[in-house]
Design a binder for this molecule. Structure first.
Ligand code: IVH
Length: 690
């Protein structure tokens, strides 16, 4: 196309407007200090929109007009992180912080190192990649190695610059300067403000939509929206705190320098970050924020302490996924009191009856709580919790809220001690309680509630991961007789027409669900094992079983003892698997899955090779230099296996102080026992540095 003068002019003007808008966005959203009025800002946007309407070919994804969100995406792609996103070990007291500092000091043989203290934002981790100054990818943490590509959604967050430059927001006419690497990755946390969360929930309440439980859940839900226009309407923000990697150009020596570089190029850095050299100051800072955090408009669940010197960080390294150079000081849980309206009981997928509290909604630690777990009858009776009581509710981080106990001085008259219902709330079968167990069960395996829960579990995230079947649809499919278990889902393909129209289900959603069911046939064996809902078989155990047995047939014909030989898998699990396999209805379900073409074998990847391959360790007692977790991660990282109990298969028992019964067991079996020093020399001999 021949570029007319008008077009040429428009192009220049569009660029100029964008750079002005970027400058004012930075002033407003990152620095919180605007230079122009909202009306003046709006005029710039109006002008830009008008030009883009006239010349749509000038619209680019990083244009500020596109912050309202582009077209919806079908699924999020996967982003492989060049370096894994690490997590943090926790300290719950000043004492544990001192222990961390002492360990760190021993490692680097000095005590005078500087530390940077940062609020630990309760949001979700995100990694941004900039290329030639432009934002090209934004990804979630995922499992640390691979995350989801959420670029379209992150582009809608106003404080995240679509473009960065060496002078950042300092000048609206910045020309790229030398210290901006061609490609680099920054890491940080996306969050929703508390006030924004209240607003979103108020709107959802009015619209009759389900409420979000916390700002964190709301933020996580918002960035995983398939339609970025919805994300654009959510009050999201972000703080950036790490340079993941960079190709060239910057070589900071300290974390403090990284933070100021991030600020310089235009990214939003938390203003409450401080640097200290004395541990006492660090502790005072942490404790100071316990109360002060209420004053922030975003939730923090602790303080992250990082060794400032990047050279020292490298020297200290990581154990598994947890760096030794950083630790999270976690705030104590928050509590509130409220009225216990009712104790309800639901039926779990294994038939357990789970009592839970229905509360007068109350604000605890930033979230509205209206339900809380009550564990079991014994626990409720021991704490003497009664309907009508004012109770203390506690919430710690992301865990399910708990009822701590009643406020006896506020107990009204006429309350009654709690007892479990004698019959299953769903199928009215008489409930049973096994000797020595706290839980009551509904023994009826056909109980509709159990089956529904099992189906929900089958389609859940860690299992077959079939999107589009939530609690409601699971219930519906079950109650209308479409399915009686997960395997039946694979027959739904032939009943498409019947499904369309039930309870507002359109053809499009039906096709979507059917496609998701079809796709789930390729899930790895470990997921299938989880989906079957065998008691005690969660993700980790399932992975171990899948790798060891290679296929469902070998697993289902194994004896409990053969299964129990696997490191980390005991006889309880062995028996549970064997019991499952012995039931004809379960065998039948597996056969129907096989007939439908569901994958039932393990694709064998190469086992992790390392200097400890083929060796099984059990770690017990208190170690001095490493925590037990650290020791276990180290062993696994170098190819070794970890057992939970000492058996004939155990090669070494690593025993710290107060080792308990495992030491006696090892001695009786003649297992090699290593104290911490001997363990350290074994590692050193095999070239593993701690
Ligand atoms: S540093 C070693 N700094 O907390 C690097 N993390 O529990 C690990 N988080 O996955 C991250 N605020 O999502 C770091 N100022 C902060 C943080 C922070 C929140 C999150 C982050 C991380 C998790 C670890």
């Amino acid at each position: 196309m021949k570029e007319t003068a008008d077009y040429q002019h428009a192009k220049l003007r569009v660029e100029e407007l964008r750079s002005q808008i970027a400058y004012h966005d930075h002033r407003y959203f990152v620095l919180d200090s605007p230079e122009i009025s909202d009306a003046e800002y709006d005029q710039l946007m109006v002008a830009l929109r008008a030009l883009e309407e006239r010349h749509p070919e000038l619209i680019t994804p990083d244009s500020p007009t596109q912050r309202v969100g582009g077209a919806p995406v079908e699924t999020f792609g996967i982003v492989e992180h060049r370096h894994p996103l690490l997590s943090l070990s926790n300290a719950f007291s000043a004492e544990q912080l001192r222990a961390w500092h002492a360990r760190a000091s021993r490692l680097i043989e000095r005590t005078d190192f500087a530390m940077v203290c940062e609020p630990k934002i309760d949001g979700l981790a995100c990694a941004l990649v900039y290329e030639d100054g432009a934002l090209v990818t934004a990804a979630t943490r995922g499992d640390g190695m691979r995350g989801e590509n959420i670029t379209v959604n992150v582009r809608t967050i106003r404080s995240v610059p679509a473009n960065v430059s060496a002078q950042g927001g300092k000048s609206s006419k910045s020309k790229g300067a030398s210290s901006l690497p061609v490609r680099f990755e920054v890491r940080g946390e996306i969050y929703m403000t508390k006030s924004g969360f209240e607003r979103v929930n108020a709107e959802r309440g009015e619209a009759g939509d389900p409420l979000f439980a916390s700002p964190r859940n709301s933020a996580a839900g918002s960035v995983r929206q398939k339609d970025p226009r919805i994300t654009a309407g959510r009050p999201l923000d972000a703080f950036w705190y790490q340079l993941g990697w960079s190709d060239d150009g910057v070589a900071p020596r300290t974390h403090w320098e990284v933070l100021s570089w991030l600020r310089d190029i235009g990214l939003k850095v938390n203003p409450n970050i401080k640097r200290f050299t004395s541990l006492d100051e660090v502790i005072a800072f942490c404790e100071g924020w316990v109360e002060k955090r209420e004053s922030l408009d975003y939730e923090i669940d602790g303080i992250v302490i990082k060794v400032d010197d990047l050279g020292l960080q490298r020297q200290m390294g990581a154990v598994g996924r947890e760096p030794r150079w950083a630790i999270a000081y976690k705030f104590p849980p928050t509590q509130a009191t409220t009225l216990l309206r009712h104790i309800a009981v639901n039926v779990g997928r294994t038939g357990t009856l789970n009592p839970f509290a229905i509360l007068e909604p109350v604000h605890v630690g930033g979230a509205t709580v209206q339900m809380a777990t009550l564990h079991n009858e014994d626990d409720i009776r021991r704490k003497d919790i009664r309907v009508g009581d004012t109770v203390i509710v506690q919430r710690a981080g992301d865990v399910i809220p708990q009822v701590v106990g009643p406020v006896l001085s506020k107990r009204p008259s006429g309350t009654r001690r709690f007892s479990m219902p004698k019959r299953c709330p769903s199928c009215k079968t008489e409930v049973v309680r096994n000797e020595g167990e706290a839980a009551y069960y509904c023994p009826n395996r056909q109980c509709p509630e159990q089956r529904t829960r099992l189906l929900e579990h089958f389609v859940g995230r860690g299992a077959m991961d079939i999107e589009g079947i939530g609690e409601q649809l699971a219930r519906l499919l079950m109650s209308r007789g479409f399915v009686k278990d997960g395997a039946d889902l694979y027959t739904l393909r032939d009943r498409r027409e019947e499904l369309i129209g039930i309870e507002r289900l359109g053809a499009k959603s039906v096709d979507n669900v059917l496609a998701n069911i079809e796709a789930s046939k390729k899930r790895p064996l470990a997921r299938v094992l989880v989906a079957l809902g065998i008691r005690h078989v969660g993700g980790e155990v399932a992975t171990a079983l899948a790798q060891q047995f290679g296929g469902i047939d070998a697993l289902m014909s194994a004896t409990p003892e053969q299964i129990a030989e696997l490191p980390g898998v005991g006889l309880v699990i062995g028996e549970s698997v064997a019991e499952f396999s012995s039931r004809p209805e379960n065998r039948d379900m597996v056969e129907r899955m096989r007939a439908a073409g569901v994958n039932l074998v393990e694709e064998r990847g190469p086992a992790r090779e390392g200097p400890l391959s083929g060796l099984t360790f059990v770690v017990t007692g208190r170690l001095e230099r490493l925590s037990r977790n650290e020791a276990e991660s180290l062993i696994k990282a170098h190819g070794g296996a970890i057992g939970s109990s000492v058996t004939k298969k155990t090669d070494y028992l690593v025993a710290g102080a107060d080792p308990g019964s495992k030491l006696a067991k090892a001695e009786s079996l003649g297992t090699h026992v290593l104290d911490e020093a001997a363990f350290a020399s074994l590692l050193a001999e095999r070239g593993i540095s701690v």
